[in-house]
Design a protein around this ligand. Structure first.
Ligand code: NAP
Length: 271
């Protein structure tokens, strides 16, 4: 496994996304993922699968310190008391004394942001959380969060059609982890001619090229979701080829600021 170095911490560059994996499917996919070598798992209070992730973690018999587990505070839990109680519920569901990374899943009321972040820092001080961060924070809001708290990460939609230059600039300035969610653009990557051409030349699949393009960027980790063993394995097999500068530039040129995840409560996206 390749690791991303951020603020002195090593984060596994390829994690397993678990949105829409529930019940036995989730338990099986996470267990299979851990057996194949995943050491970074992404869950959220809103995914309703923290207890299955926890069961898989325990069945896999991987030492807890080897794992990097992220969960996210739901939108209705931003109030400081709820930050604490809901995170404690997450820990009980996961069966773990701590999470590695606790994120605000979506930005909420701006006035409340410093208080939410303060409550998260108290959880960190108590050893229940190793790092705190945000998700779906566009660059200006990310800078605002950084004025209030030692943010470690922004988890954002990031794939060849949405390149996130603004978030990457803030990440460079502050040494932040950028976790790329929907890194396969939820199935759109294989439909693209450029991605298919490059993949064919490398003897790889277009999704593998997209994942490699992402993790070749400094401070970027990816969390593709996969449920079959074949997909789980494919998304780890990213290190037996390299992208040339010319190929990277061709993928860079695919950016069209295309967002797949854009719910009604999303913030105003600046780039
Ligand atoms: P994604 O990872 O871009 O795409 C997942 C889809 O790609 C699934 O249908 C999966 O199929 C398929 N797939 C996976 N590996 C493949 C392969 N090697 N070849 C062909 N198809 C493959 O999309 P996502 O689930 O939206 O994003 C990933 C994770 O990011 C989520 O699970 C979640 O953890 C996180 N996320 C976070 C937020 C947020 O607000 N912070 C929002 C969205 C997502 P199978 O399942 O059949 O394998």
């Amino acid at each position: 496994m390749r690791y991303v170095s951020v603020q002195g911490e090593r984060v596994p560059a390829v994690g397993l996304g678990t949105w829409r994996l529930v019940g036995d499917d989730c338990r099986r996919a996470v267990l299979e993922g851990l057996e194949l070598g995943y050491r970074h798992i992404d869950t959220a209070q809103g995914y309703g699968n923290e207890s299955q992730v926890g069961e898989a973690m325990r069945s896999a018999l991987v030492a807890r310190e080897e794992l990097f587990i992220t969960t996210k505070i739901d939108n209705h839990n931003h109030e400081p008391k709820r930050v604490r109680s809901s995170t404690e519920e997450s820990l009980r569901a996961l069966g773990s004394e701590y999470v590695d990374l606790l994120l605000i899943h979506w930005p909420g009321d701006r006035q409340q942001l410093p208080f939410t972040l303060e409550a998260m820092q108290r959880l960190r001080d108590d050893g229940k959380v190793r790092f705190i961060g945000v998700s779906n924070f566009p660059p200006a809001l990310l800078r605002e969060a950084l004025r209030h708290a030692p943010v470690f990460c922004d988890q954002v939609e990031f794939h060849p059609f949405l390149a996130q230059p603004g978030v990457m600039e803030v990440a460079r300035e502050h040494d932040l982890l950028v976790t790329a969610y929907s890194p396969l653009a939820r199935g759109k990557v294989p439909q693209d001619t450029t991605m298919r051409q490059i993949a064919e030349r490398k003897g790889k699949a277009p999704g593998q090229v997209a994942l490699r393009w992402l993790i070749d960027q400094e401070r970027v980790a990816v969390i593709p979701k996969a449920s079959s063993r074949e997909h789980l394995q494919a998304n780890l097999d990213l290190f037996d080829f390299e992208l040339s500068d010319e190929e990277r530039e061709r993928i860079d040129a695919l950016d069209r600021a295309e967002r797949i995840i854009n719910p009604p409560f999303a913030p105003d996206w600046d780039r």
